[in-house]
Each structure stands twice: as C-alpha cells, then as structure tokens.
Design a binder for this molecule. Structure first.
Ligand SMILES: CC(=O)N[C@H]1[C@@H](OP(=O)(O)OP(=O)(O)OC[C@H]2O[C@@H](n3ccc(=O)[nH]c3=O)[C@H](O)[C@@H]2O)O[C@H](CO)[C@@H](O)[C@@H]1O
Ligand SMILES: C=C(OP(=O)(O)O)C(=O)O
Length: 440
C-alpha cells in the first residue's frame, strides 16, 4: 500500500540539512557514461528514485553500476553493452521517468539500435518528445513504434545536422549533446537550453573528450569525435531541492541552513526570495534561509527557462505566497498544466484562482489556448489541515510545506512520489523539528 504521512503543522522548521547532487543532472551524467566503455565515476550522487531507475536501466543494458550511498559515489562500467532481453523488467521501468529517451544517441552510436520504453515523469503538461525525435531523425535514425516503447535504428550511423529548437527544451538540448558528441561532423544547435545542469553535462562530456563550445546567444557548437573516455566528476547541487526547503522555511516562519546549496545556480530564486521578504545569507558551506518576522510581500512572478525563475521552484514557492500580504500573480510559461496542485491548497484555506490568460504582461505559448496557466494568489490566508493526495513531485513537496504551515493534523497520501527527487526527506524533516511520521 502506498505510504502516507501524518503531519502536525503550525511550528517553524528550524535547523540544518544538506543537499547533494541535482536530480536533473545526475541521471543525464549516468547516461553520458554509456558513450565510453571505460569506468566513469560520479560523486555527490543522492539516494533518490530517479537514480535507481536509471541504474536499473543501465544494468539491463549490461552495464555494471556500483553505488555507495553513504559516500554518494557511483561507478559506471559499460564494458560491452547490449539491448535488454528482459521485457518484464523493461516493462517495469517504462513510465517511471523521462530519462530513457536520452539513451537513444549513445545506444545508436554503440549498437546501431535502441529500444526506448514509454516515458514517465510528472504530469504537468503534455510533454511531447517531438523535438527529440526531430533531432534523432535528422541525424539518420528511424523509429518503429512497438508495444511498451519505440525501437530506433541507425544502420548508416549518425551524421550531424544543424538543429534549431522551437523552444529551449532542456531534454532536447541534452538529446542533441548526447547524440552529436560522437556523430560525424559539426552540429550547430541554436535556441538551446542553458540551465546549470546542462553546463555540468557539457563539463562531463568535455572531460570525456568531447569538443563543445557555448555562445552567449543560446548557440552550442558540437564537433563530433570518434571515441570518448570515462570521466570522474562531482555533481552540482540540487538547486530545486534547496529552493523547496527554502520555501518551507518561509512558509513556516522558519530558519534553515542548507549545506551544499550553491548561490551561483540559484540567483533568480534568491532575488525572488528577497523580494517576497525572506532573508538569506550565503555561507561557505551553503545558504541560510529564514523568515525575519513581520509581513511577507506579494509579487508578480513568471517562470521561465534559465536564467529565469525555474518552473520547478514555482509549486513550493506558491505555498509561501499564500502567506504574503496582498495579491501575487504567477504566470507559468514552461508547462501548460502546472497549477492543478492549487486546488488542494484552496481546500486548506488558500485563496488561489487560476486563469487561462497570460497574466503579468508577457504573452507565452499557452496564451491563446485553454490552459489554466496563470494564478492569482491573495494572502495572507491561515492554512488549516486537510487530507491530500500527492499529484506530482513538486506538488507533493508543496503539500508537505502547506501541511507544515497549517494548524492541525494533515494526512498526505502518495508520498512515494516525493522520493523521486528529495533525498531522505523524512530524515530532513526530523532534523528540522517537524512533527511528521509515515503511517501505513
Ligand atoms: C529530468 C529533468 O531534467 N526534468 C526537467 C527538465 O524536463 P524536460 O527536459 O522534460 O523539460 P523541457 O525543457 O524539455 O520542456 C520544456 C517545454 O518544452 C516542451 N517540449 C519539450 C520537448 C519536446 O520535444 N517538445 C516540447 O514541446 C515541453 O512540453 C515543455 O512545455 O526540464 C524542465 C524545465 O526546466 C524541468 O521542469 C524538469 O524538472
Ligand atoms: C518535472 C520534474 O521532473 P521530471 O522531468 O523528472 O518529471 C521536476 O523535477 O519537477
């Protein structure tokens, strides 16, 4: 039976916790290891479900994966890779994350074919993979849809082609990088995503022997090479996890030191945190976030690709905005359907109304369509306890924050989803003095 959490709210979160490597980088670096037959070593790897899923997927391809949880050290030895011959296990992994699509390039280079199981990830929009497929097909791959996934073949190898992304998609940028590094010729990728996790992936690929340069105008040049070697790398910190705990500090009137949090990759979050009235102090070992007392301020906010305010911070921060004085407007421009979680917050006493229109000035891709992608939040609203069901990863963490900020006892069901991106969150809750326990 799926685990539930009983949370007695109303007390500030105070204390110290640590964050390790970023979910949205570690899994990609694991895939990059497939590009060489040498052993690659990744450090600062968190114990989260997405790492388990990608490890299992690698093992199914004959790769040796050795994880020391305590140390956070992951050793990946591809040796001789092969297509999986365990359909039951492949079926189990289908629908568990979005990473399998990134296996395409490395497998096509290695084996001339790949089987990509159906993708999972959070249900926060349609999340098509048309940009990925365009790149793969332009480079010479052909696909056949099969039960449980798609089969790709590239009998004549992969050849570089110019790529222009219609939108700076993180996944499609990574797809292009992982495919172009060993393709024949030079790839010019324009309108690329430039998230810090992508820079870290480029750093890994460069250590492996790739030749990649990034211009300031979202253009990335990738010169294909014949072979790559293993890497040793320490993952950048999880800025989404850090921002989530920081939002929890704000919503609960708390004071949290997050060891490992990195200022450089959180600039836009820190600016917003300060505008809302939260305080932070950047230290050598991490960042301290706290609610200084008094009223929080409402703000207009728009999510965007990097260097904008990232969409994955939106859900946790919205809970803090329910406690701010006045009307906040949040315009979600990355995913068309990322406000479903606000319904439960409304049930807990928050005043949130969602709109189809692009509120806050800028027009986005979703403006002329029927997606409720703008939210108006009127605060401050005292939150009361409720029984809620986790809708997705960040939505789940938001419910946790709301329950911690609310008076009374809340029950949160479906908390297993939270393990996908938050390492040891139960332990961290205890470190911060939360009254929360898992129940059957
Ligand atoms: C595992 C991982 O790293 N997940 C992150 C990654 O997701 P992911 O890589 O899936 O997100 P993308 O940047 O690709 O998606 C951004 C937008 O582009 C659209 N799109 C994308 C690809 C495509 O082929 N066609 C298309 O239309 C999506 O539907 C979405 O509206 O970046 C997102 C944006 O920072 C984050 O929220 C996710 O946490
Ligand atoms: C949307 C997210 O992840 P994924 O792409 O893995 O669903 C997230 O981390 O918030």
């Amino acid at each position: 039976m799926a685990a539930k959490l009983r949370v007695v709210g109303g007390s500030p979160l105070t204390g110290e916790i640590s964050v390790r490597g970023a979910k949205n980088f570690v899994s990609k670096a694991m895939v990059a290891a497939l590009l060489s037959s040498d052993t690659s070593v990744l450090r600062n790897v968190p114990l989260i479900r997405d790492v388990d899923v990608v490890s299992d997927l690698l093992r199914l391809h004959g790769v040796e994966v050795d994880y020391d949880q305590e140390e956070g050290r992951l050793a990946i030895t591809p040796g001789r890779i092969s297509l999986p011959d365990d359909p039951v296990e492949m079926d189990r992994l289908a629908g568990s994350s979005r990473i399998p699509i990134l296996f395409a390039g490395p497998l096509l280079h290695n084996l001339g074919e790949a089987f990509i199981p159906d993708l999972g990830g959070c249900h926060i929009g349609d999340r098509p993979v048309d940009f990925h497929m365009q790149v793969l097909e332009d480079f010479g791959a052909r696909r056949v849809q099969e039960k449980g996934g798609m089969h790709l073949v590239a009998p004549r190898g992969l050849k570089a082609k110019p790529v222009h992304l219609p939108y700076p998609s993180v996944g499609a940028t990574e797809q292009t990088l992982l495919t172009a590094v060993m393709a024949e010729g030079v790839t010019e990728l324009s309108n690329a995503a430039v998230e810090p996790e992508i820079y870290d992936l480029i750093a890994v690929l460069q250590k492996m022997g790739a030749i990649i340069s990034v211009d300031t105008d979202r253009t990335i040049m990738i010169e294909g090479v014949d072979s790559l070697q293993g890497y040793t790398h320490t993952a950048l910190a999880d800025r989404i996890e850090a921002g989530s705990w920081a939002s929890a500090a704000l919503a609960t009137h708390g004071d949290i030191i997050i060891r490992g949090a990195e200022q450089q990759n959180m600039m836009s979050f820190l600016n917003v945190f300060r505008k809302v009235g939260g305080q932070f102090e950047v230290r050598d070992e991490g960042i301290r976030f706290w609610h200084p007392g008094g009223a929080l301020r409402s703000i207009p906010l728009q999510t965007d690709v990097h260097p904008g305010f990232m969409t994955d911070w939106q859900q946790p921060l919205v809970v803090a905005l329910t406690q701010a004085d006045g009307i906040s407007i949040v315009h979600e421009t990355v995913y068309e359907n990322r406000f479903g979680f606000t319904k439960a917050l409304t049930d807990m006493g928050a005043h949130i109304q969602t709109y189809r229109e692009c509120l806050g000035g800028l027009q986005c891709r979703f403006g002329q369509r029927s997606f409720y992608h703008s939210a108006v939040i009127q605060g401050p609203s005292p939150l009361h306890a409720a029984d809620v069901e986790v809708p997705d990863l960040r939505g789940g963490f938001s419910y946790l924050i709301a329950a911690l900020a609310a008076e009374g006892t809340s029950i949160i069901s479906g908390i297993d989803i939270i393990d996908r991106g938050y390492e040891h969150f139960m332990h961290k809750l205890r470190c911060l003095g939360a009254n929360a326990e898992k129940i059957a």
